[in-house]
Design a protein. Structure first.
Length: 110
DNA sequence: AAATTGACGGGTG
DNA sequence: CCACCCGCCAATT
């Protein structure tokens, strides 16, 4: 695996229980703001084999983005089990549950 | 080296 | 709110 992949994996592995991050956010923290799709790709090939908390990653709207029905349900259950509220559309309130690692300086957010 | 892959994101109408 | 399109990017084939 290449370094970018490793970064993404470490970031995802670092999402605490009860929190979520978006694909775009993970991509950005890993070093490429627009590499959200890499995160998707990586999860496709690595999620289970690395025991990653893949369920803590949602899309920019806070929705569960997984395609397979069973997996969406599983993700929803995992999140709810950690205290993350998920509505009937599989949507999470990012303003409440999105994880921001060391959000020390929140100036204007660029 | 070119094509493919993807669970995305933002913009537009 | 929804449908659609297009840009994006690194790993894989």
């Amino acid at each position: 695996m290449q370094s970018y992949t490793r970064r993404v994996i470490e970031i995802i592995a670092g999402i605490p229980e009860g929190c979520v991050m978006t694909y775009g956010q993970v991509a950005e923290l890993a070093g490429s703001r627009r590499a959200a799709r890499q995160v998707v790709r990586i999860l496709h090939s690595m999620s289970d084999s690395h025991g990653l908390p893949w369920h803590r990653v949602v899309n920019a709207k806070g929705e569960i983005a997984v395609r397979d029905e069973e997996s969406r349900l599983l993700q929803s259950l995992y999140l709810q089990g950690e205290g993350v509220a998920v509505d009937d559309r599989g949507c999470v309130d990012l303003s409440k549950f999105q994880f921001w690692p060391e959000v020390k300086e929140v100036r204007g957010m660029d």
